[in-house]
Design a binder for this molecule. Structure first.
Ligand SMILES: CC(=O)[C@@H](O)[C@H](O)COP(=O)(O)O
Ligand SMILES: NCC(=O)COP(=O)(O)O
Length: 249
């Protein structure tokens, strides 16, 4: 493994979405996580939403038992989630914004306006040995605030970049990509580890994977969708390959 290798975190939330459509145990997100591991994922990401619309508490218990790669536990900055994280002490905790009525995570966390609260919130997680990551927009003000509160990692929200690509709004897409590039370099210069994710696909992954400061991409919804057509193992393997190709250039 080279030092500049880009890690792939596979988010298995939407295996749970399909399972929950019928209320049973199938398909099992933990089985998907193990397959993703075997296919080359360097980590697994799961988002325990406050409304438990996909991943459940029992899924987190089982992932902690079953995984041999690190778990990146995404959660809102609530007291309930902090207790759960402190009970499990996953490798990484990624603090994300959550709105009950949203369809998916719409934006980045507002760190600058909540600096004091978030600094106190993440301190026990850090003390427990979790790497604390903050999911934010490519915005200098938010990056600086994440740095000041003591986060070790930021994850840049790539959703707008991917949406603009899908809508063929290429000027807007390229502007977003420039902001992601510039802010990855800036966050890295402050000593933050830089991750990125949300909405990435085979069509959008390479430009982001090519940023030398980015250490990890977290990708879920597209891979689970693609698994319907080609199977999860080939879907993950192809993403892994594309990330490596982008990095070699
Ligand atoms: C924070 C984030 O980007 C992921 O958690 C992703 O959004 C999957 O969860 P949802 O699809 O429920 O937003
Ligand atoms: N943090 C981003 C993530 O985990 C995956 O997002 P998506 O690929 O499911 O949109």
């Amino acid at each position: 493994m080279t030092q500049n290798k880009l890690r792939l975190g596979v988010n298995i939330d939407h295996v749970a979405t399909v399972r929950n459509a019928r209320g049973g145990a199938y398909p099992d997100p933990v089985r998907a996580a193990k397959l993703a591991e075997e296919a080359g994922a360097d980590g697994i990401t799961a988002h325990l939403r406050e409304d438990r619309r996909h991943i459940t508490d029992a899924d987190i218990d089982r992932l902690m038992e079953a995984l041999t790669v690190p778990l990146n536990f995404e959660m809102a900055a609530t007291e309930e989630m902090q207790k759960i994280a402190l009970r499990h002490k996953p490798h990484a905790v990624c603090i994300v914004p959550e709105k009950r009525e949203e369809r998916t995570t719409e934006g980045g966390l507002e760190v600058a306006r909540e600096e004091n609260r978030l600094a106190h919130y993440i301190a026990p997680l850090r003390d427990a040995g979790c790497r604390v990551s903050i999911f934010i927009a490519a915005d200098r003000k938010q990056i600086e605030a994440a740095h000041r509160i003591g986060a070790e990692v930021i994850e840049l929200h790539t959703g707008a970049y991917c949406d603009y690509h899908a809508e063929a709004r290429f000027e807007d897409r390229d502007r977003e990509l420039d902001a992601l590039r510039e802010m990855s370099a800036y966050a890295h210069s402050l000593g933050l580890e830089v991750h990125a994710g949300h909405g990435l696909t085979y069509d959008t992954v390479k430009p982001v994977a090519a940023f030398p400061e980015v250490k990890e991409l977290n990708i879920g919804h597209f891979l689970i969708g693609e698994a319907v057509f080609r199977g999860l193992t080939p879907a993950v393997q192809k993403m892994r390959r594309m990330m490596d190709e982008a990095r070699e250039r």
